[in-house]
Design a protein around this ligand. Structure first.
Ligand SMILES: *C/C=C(C)/C=C/C=C(C)/C=C/C1=C(C)CCCC1(C)C
Length: 254
């Protein structure tokens, strides 16, 4: 890891560093979203307070990691020019391994009204950890076998999709009905479409020598793809949970 990080200095960015700019905007957006979730938390009853708290934790953890990732990227660009920008892969995956399991907790929290068990929550968490550890392995450790590790990671991803779209979680959501069911269906769309952005970033970043080597020539930096994915998924996911809390709070009051 670059020692630019460890000095505690704030690394300025070049004005034409558009990848760095997406780290910067990502950091601001995550901070703003965290303030929004934390400040609105107390206007909901207990049942929803925890869910909104978790939404805020997801964006807050990301904000802190984006602060470091921006600095890491800017430091590598300062040292090696725009072509020498280095991906903050380690921080990226530390962030994901904390925030993605929290998103699994969100599924559990909203389905608790229908009798969701901790067992379901742990299955989702375990699958997400397998997905991320194997992805990290392919991206940072065994890059020659990136396609293989990406494939294993993808299988874990599809298992998560299966559980929430057709399996146990879907049954519970159907049982709960109403605004819980529509929120669940919305979160499923985030996982199915929003999370599918990440394998594209992975293919861009690990294209060298793989069957998908053409992905290396599309001219978009892997980090931009990951940063867009994070903004959509972390903030969007939180807003779905927020809307559910609003919908069911106003219904209770009426
Ligand atoms: C807030 C961060 C989120 C929601 C991150 C999600 C990450 C993924 C869904 C990553 C998935 C991957 C694959 C399905 C295959 C290739 C390797 C990964 C780890 C990029």
């Amino acid at each position: 890891m670059s020692n630019v990080l460890l000095t505690g200095d704030f690394q300025a960015m070049l004005p034409n560093d558009y990848v760095g700019f997406t780290f910067f905007v990502g950091c601001m957006a995550m901070m703003a979203a965290s303030a929004f979730f934390f400040l609105s938390m107390n206007s909901f009853d207990r049942k929803w307070k925890t869910s909104i708290l978790v939404s805020g934790l997801i964006t807050f953890i990301a904000a802190v990691h984006y602060y470091y990732m921006r600095d890491y990227w800017a430091g590598s660009v300062a040292a090696g020019g725009l072509e020498g920008g280095e991906s903050p892969t380690f921080f990226r995956y530390v962030d994901w391994v904390l925030t993605v399991p929290l998103m699994c907790v969100e599924f559990y929290l909203i389905l608790k009204v229908a009798g969701a068990t901790k067992n379901l929550m742990w299955k989702l968490i375990a699958a997400s950890v397998v997905m991320l550890v194997t992805g990290y392995w392919g991206e940072a450790v065994a890059m020659e076998q990136a396609a293989l590790w990406g494939g294993i990671s993808g299988a874990a991803y599809f298992y998560i999709v299966y559980l929430i779209m057709f399996g146990e979680a879907k049954e519970l959501a159907t049982k709960a009905g109403g605004s819980v069911l529509s929120a669940h269906n919305m979160l499923v769309k985030f996982v199915l479409i929003g999370w599918a952005i990440y394998p594209l970033g992975y293919m861009i970043g690990t294209a060298d020598g793989q069957w998908y080597s053409f992905m290396g020539n599309i001219g978009i930096d892997m980090n931009v793809v990951y940063n867009i994915g994070d903004a959509i998924n972390k903030i969007g996911f939180g807003l779905v949970v927020y809307s559910l809390a609003v919908a069911s709070t106003s219904k209770d009051a009426a």
